[in-house]
Design a protein around this ligand. Structure first.
Ligand code: FAD
Ligand code: SF4
Length: 474
C-alpha cells in the first residue's frame, strides 16, 4: 500500500473547534470554527480516493468529493471552489448543515471505526476561503439567450434553479414574500447552525451572476401568477412545505402551546432586527419547556429555548435514540447544552386549566411482528401514564406542503397530501402537469433537506432549459 493510502493511520479525523457550552448559551453565533489551510489540507489527505466513491453516490447532489479533496490537499483553492460549484449551488451552506453522518460521511469507507473524512467541514472551508480570497464563479463563457424565467420562492430549491439557469444564459427573476432570500435557511434554521451573513453573501454572489430578486413580493397577492406566465418563458415553483403537523390530542390549543416554526421565525426576526409584530415573539426565559418531536426542528427549538434562558428543556420522542430522524451532530450538541431527552414516550394530552401545566405521556414499545413487513411498529403501553410538568410546550412534528389555491387554476395538480404532482416526462425533470410550470424542493417531495431541495431546483432548471430548447452546458 502506498504512503498516501496509509495517511489516515497517521492523521486522525480532527473536526474544527467547537465553542465551549458556556459561550454557546449566551450567543446565537455558529458553534463550529473553521480549518486553516494546513488543517484542511491535512484532513483532505485522509481520503483514500476509492475507485468507486460511495460518498459521491450518497451525496444527493453527487458532489465530486474526492476531486475537490485532492485539490485542497494540493492547496488549489480556486479550482476546488469551481469544481464544488459544478454540482452544488450552496456548498458552504450544505457543508454547515447537511446531516453528513447520514449522507456523504456515513458512506465514507473510513467511517468504519477510523473516522470518516470530514467532508462537510472541508466543503464549507472551500467556498468560505475562496470567497475571502476573491474567487467568483467563472461566467466568462455564458452567452445570454434572451430568455427569462420566473422563480417563485427564494429557498434552496429556487436558488438552485436560479443558479443553473443563470449559468446557461437564462435570466432568473426570483420572487419571495420575505424581505431576504434563503427561505428556511434564513427564517427557520437558527443562526447557531447557519449565520445569516452566509446567506446574504450568497445573495451578492447570485446577483453578480445575473440573478434578479423581487423580495417582499407574494405571488398570488402582490403579483398575479397569470402575469408571470404572460411575461416569462417558464415558471418554477419552490414554495416549500410550511403547514405544521398537529399532534391531534386534547389540549393542543391551550395558551403556552406553540407550533415550532412560528416560534423559531419570531426569534430569528428579532435577532435580525426585521420584526414587524413584537407580539409574535415567544419568550421562554425562566420557563420549564417541553419540546415534542425528534427531528432537526425539535433540536433547533431545544437549543433556541436554552439560549433564551429557559429554566429547563425536556425533549420527548416516541421511539429510541437510534431512530431519531434529526442529525446526530445536533442531537449531541443539544445534550451538551443541557437538554434532557425522554425516549420511547408518546404525548397523549396537554394538560392545564387556563394555560399549559404539563404533558401527559404513555411509554411506547417497538415490535416487529407478523404483518408488519419487517418494519418496527411503535405502540403505546397501557398503564404507563406520566406527567411532565411544563410552562410552555413546543410542537415539532414536522411539516407538509401547503399548496396555494391558484395552482388549480393553472392546471397544476397536487396529490392528496398536498405534494405537487410531476408529469413524468423523463427529459423534462420536475415538470408539473402544466408544461410551462416546473416545481421542486419540499413542495414536491415533502419536508426534507436543504441539499435535496437544491438538487431538485437544479434538475428542474435542466428541465426548463430543455423545454426552451436551450442546450445546458453546465
Ligand atoms: P423553503 O426553504 O421553505 O423556501 C420556500 C420559499 O418560498 C420561502 O422563502 C417562502 O417565503 C417562499 N414562498 C412561498 N409561497 C410564496 C408565494 N406565494 N410568493 C412568494 N414566495 C413564496 N435541512 C437540512 O438539510 N439541515 C438542517 O439542519 C435543517 N434544519 C431545519 C430546521 C428547521 C427549523 C426547519 C423548518 C427545516 C430544516 N431543514 C434542514 C429543512 C430545510 O430547511 C428544507 O428542507 C429546505 O429549506 C426546503 O427548501 P425549499 O426551497 O423547498 O423551501
Ligand atoms: Fe456531504 Fe451534503 Fe456536501 Fe453532499 S452536499 S458532500 S451530502 S455535506
Amino acid at each position: 500500500m502506498s504512503d498516501r493510502l496509509l495517511r489516515f493511520l497517521e492523521v486522525p479525523r480532527r473536526d474544527p473547534e467547537k465553542l465551549a457550552v458556556e459561550q454557546r448559551l449566551v450567543s446565537y453565533r455558529e458553534i463550529y470554527s473553521s480549518y486553516d489551510a494546513t488543517g484542511a489540507a491535512e484532513q483532505a489527505s485522509r481520503c483514500l480516493d476509492c475507485g468507486n466513491p460511495y460518498c459521491e453516490w450518497k451525496c444527493p447532489v453527487h458532489n465530486y468529493i474526492p476531486g475537490w479533496l485532492k485539490l485542497i490537499e494540493q492547496g488549489r483553492l480556486f479550482e476546488a471552489a469551481e469544481l464544488s460549484h459544478r454540482t452544488n449551488s450552496l456548498p458552504e451552506i450544505c457543508g454547515r448543515i447537511c446531516p453528513q453522518d447520514r449522507l456523504c460521511e456515513g458512506a465514507c469507507t473510513l467511517n468504519d471505526g477510523l473516522g470518516a473524512v470530514s467532508i462537510g467541514s472541508i466543503e464549507k472551508y472551500i467556498t468560505d476561503e475562496a470567497l475571502k480570497a476573491g474567487w467568483r464563479p467563472d461566467m466568462s463563457h455564458v452567452r445570454p439567450t434572451g430568455r427569462r424565467v420566473a422563480v417563485i420562492g427564494a429557498g434552496p430549491a429556487g436558488l438552485g434553479c436560479a443558479d443553473v439557469l443563470a449559468r446557461n444564459g437564462v435570466t432568473p427573476v426570483v420572487f419571495d414574500r420575505h424581505p431576504r432570500i434563503g427561505g428556511l435557511l434564513t427564517f427557520g434554521i437558527p443562526p447557531f447552525k447557519l449565520e445569516k451573513e452566509v446567506v446574504e453573501r450568497r445573495r451578492e454572489l447570485l446577483e453578480g451572476m445575473g440573478v434578479q430578486f423581487e423580495l417582499g413580493t407574494e405571488v398570488g397577492r402582490n403579483v398575479a401568477v397569470g402575469r408571470l406566465l404572460d411575461e416569462f418563458d417558464a415558471v418554477f415553483l419552490g414554495l416549500g412545505a410550511d403547514r405544521s403537523v398537529r399532534g391531534g390530542f386534547p389540549g393542543e390549543d391551550l395558551p403556552g402551546v406553540h407550533p415550532a416554526l412560528p416560534y423559531l421565525t419570531a426569534n430569528i426576526n428579532r435577532q435580525l432586527g426585521v420584526e414587524q409584530d413584537s407580539s409574535a415573539f415567544i419568550d421562554l426565559r425562566d420557563k420549564h419547556v417541553v419540546v415534542l418531536g425528534g427531528g432537526d426542528t425539535a433540536m433547533d427549538c431545544n437549543r433556541t429555548a436554552l439560549r433564551q434562558g429557559a429554566a429547563s428543556v425536556t425533549c420527548t420522542y416516541r421511539r429510541d435514540e437510534l431512530h431519531m430522524p434529526g442529525s446526530r451532530r445536533d442531537f449531541r450538541s443539544s445534550q451538551e447544552e443541557g437538554v434532557r431527552f425522554a425516549f420511547n414516550v408518546q404525548p397523549v394530552e396537554i394538560i392545564g386549566r387556563d394555560r399549559v401545566e404539563g404533558v401527559r405521556t404513555l411509554a411506547t414499545q417497538s415490535t416487529i411482528g407478523r404483518g408488519t413487513r419487517g418494519r418496527a411498529v411503535t405502540e403505546t403501553v397501557a398503564g404507563t401514564d406520566e406527567v411532565i410538568s411544563a410552562d410552555a410546550v413546543i410542537i415539532a412534528f414536522g411539516f407538509t406542503p401547503n399548496p396555494p389555491s391558484w395552482l388549480e387554476n393553472l392546471g397544476v395538480e397536487v396529490h392528496e397530501n398536498g405534494r405537487v404532482r410531476m408529469s413524468g416526462a423523463g427529459a423534462r425533470p420536475f415538470q408539473t402537469t402544466n408544461p410551462r410550470i416546473f416545481a421542486g424542493g419540499d413542495m414536491v417531495r415533502g419536508a426534507d433537506l436543504v441539499v435535496t431541495a437544491v438538487f431538485e431546483g437544479r434538475e428542474a432548471a435542466r428541465g426548463i432549459l430543455h423545454s426552451l430548447g436551450v442546450r445546458a452546458t453546465q
